[in-house]
Design a protein around this ligand. Structure first.
Ligand code: XMP
Length: 512
């Protein structure tokens, strides 16, 4: 294991990820974590991340210098490098010339960090302070035009400092440098793979849970499915999964989830699987409701109620399992220590009246694509593992105005066609999220010789990296044409199809 100590930088998740790409397991901890916890992990190496502060100021994040005497190699990146120098007697101050962006760095190839790296190589810099003087015992191994100490090391003690960011792709040979650190310096063997993650976690879960009972809310999304599969493997019948069919699922979704986790499934998951048919309850509650926030609220609250009723029947459980993944873990307080349970409207949100002793969150160190990979290792079908994000309130927020079973059926059918054609056109990997929605609009059309007065379907497809902003996907006209003609022909009560060209902002990804 390599431990990343988080000092509040923007690229911390990337560092962990680059290490794992080298087949070395890696976890992120806040710099505030008790050193005994870190030591107990028996790490082969430690990496200090960047951060926005200045090491010489009073309240800046710091660490007990004891960590440097463990004999465990430490790599400091940016703020981390400055902190290392500062604590060990070097001098850090405001740089006369701030460096930002791609910068030419001259490296000393004899360093273990820079084996096989070009003597002049482009690195990503982003700093206002710089190391004016390396700490005693350190050799300077890289510099730039403006930065006398772009890298320094004390090889004997295994301490390495780099001012630039090897984890970002703009650093041309950054991958090689991190590879060098974990292999040449830390002596990692690179025998970790996603299947070892799965195996180790299954083992760890078994140990931790013992003969305890675990309750898990299964939404059918990627995270909760991988969570359920991992727990199923670890503890079998001690696990109870509750899946709520609120009637606002995508076409065939319920059947898919039941076939993977339900009785007689082909995956060998032998768990207590409860599928609650709550469709009528939801539709009754949603009747006549048109205001988006109220709809969201009703759907969220009803979910909790249904889940609680089930939990009551199950009785006291020892653990509640949550599919929290790394991006859900807020970096507040500068670190991975404080978590936020997936917020507000996420089905699977935490009902606070369920009686349990502890939370289990085995996925909390993984990125989305790593979760998908773990799902594959666990034998989950590809359609489940590569599923796109689906909001907790489901189709309820993709139907403008009142939600009725008829309208749900229309969206389900239109959405299934849209998804099918996008996959056929080979665009599914390229688009971040796409779906069909039902506008609340009727318009006049003609079919055969008859006048129609029917619904308009809206198609949406966006690309985004973080879902905070998004762009409408430049959809080929022929795909739109095929889908339009299929929808108006195959889905009753639809006579018009729109494509949403709006980005976020000003629109949101969902319509409500
Ligand atoms: P918006 O519409 O806010 O969506 O641009 C951004 C992303 O969040 C998803 N989304 C939700 N996910 N519960 C969820 O779990 C919700 O209530 C919810 N609302 C939006 C949306 O699908 C998109 O990926």
């Amino acid at each position: 294991t390599v431990i990343v100590l988080d000092f509040g930088g923007q690229y911390n998740q990337l560092i962990a990820r680059r290490v794992r790409e080298n087949n070395v397991y890696c976890e992120i901890y806040s710099y505030k974590t008790d050193l005994s916890v870190i030591k107990a992990k028996n790490p082969k190496g430690i990496i200090f991340t960047g951060g926005p502060n200045s090491v010489y100021l009073e309240d800046s994040p710091t660490i007990d210098p004891e960590i440097f005497s463990w004999g465990v190699p430490v790599l400091g990146i940016c703020y981390g490098s400055q902190l290392m120098m500062h604590l060990l007697g070097g001098r850090v101050c405001r740089a006369p010339e701030r460096e930002y962006g791609k910068t030419e760095v001259f490296v000393d190839n004899s360093s273990k960090m820079f084996t096989d790296v070009q003597p002049s190589t482009v690195c990503w810099m982003s700093h206002n302070d710089y190391i004016e003087q390396a700490a005693p015992g350190f050799k300077i191994t890289a510099h730039t035009a403006n930065c006398p100490v772009a890298a320094a090391e004390n090889e004997e003690k295994g301490l390495y400092a780099v001012q630039f960011h090897p984890e970002v792709l703009h650093t041309a040979e950054g991958k090689k440098m991190l590879h060098n650190f974990v292999y040449n310096v830390c002596g990692c063997t690179g025998d970790w793979k996603m299947d070892s993650f799965v195996e180790n976690n299954v083992e760890a879960l078994r140990k931790r849970i013992g003969s305890g009972k675990v309750l898990c809310a299964l939404s059918g999304g990627v995270d909760s499915s991988v969570l359920a599969a991992m727990l199923a493997k670890a503890i079998g019948k001690q696990l109870t999964c509750v899946f709520v069919d609120h009637g606002l699922l995508r076409k065939n979704e319920k059947e898919e989830v039941c076939s993977v986790f339900g009785p007689g499934n082909a995956n060998g998951f032998d768990i207590n699987f409860i599928c609650v048919d709550a469709r009528d309850r939801y539709f009754a509650k949603l009747a006549g409701v048109t205001e988006p926030e109220r709809k969201r609220k009703i759907i969220g609250e009803e979910f909790i109620r249904v889940f609680e009723e089930q939990a009551k029947q199950i009785g006291k459980v020892d653990f509640l399992a949550q599919g929290t993944i790394y991006p859900d873990v807020v970096e507040s307080g500068l670190g991975g220590e404080s978590t936020v349970i997936k917020s507000h409207h996420n089905v699977g949100g935490l009902p606070d009246t369920v009686d349990f002793k502890e939370l289990v969150e085995p996925l909390r160190n993984l990125f989305k694509d790593e979760v998908r990979q773990a799902g594959r290792e666990l034998g989950l079908p590809e359609y489940l593992v590569s599923r796109q994000p689906f909001p907790g309130p489901g189709l309820g927020i993709r139907i403008i105005g009142e939600v009725t079973p008829e309208k749900v059926a229309i969206v389900q059918d239109a959405d299934a066609i849209w998804r099918e054609e996008i996959a056929k056109a080979g665009l599914d990997k390229e688009i971040s999220q796409y779906y069909a929605a039902l506008t609340n609009m009727h318009s006049v059309g003609v079919m055969g010789d008859e006048r129609t007065y029917d619904y308009a379907v809206a198609l949406r497809a966006v690309t985004t990296t973080d879902f905070m902003t998004a762009e409408s996907y430049n959809m080929p006209w022929d795909v739109l044409g095929t889908v339009t003609s299929r929808i108006v022909n195959e889905v009753k009560h639809v006579n018009r199809v729109f494509y949403d060209c709006t980005g976020k902002p000003p629109a949101t990804i969902e319509l409500e």
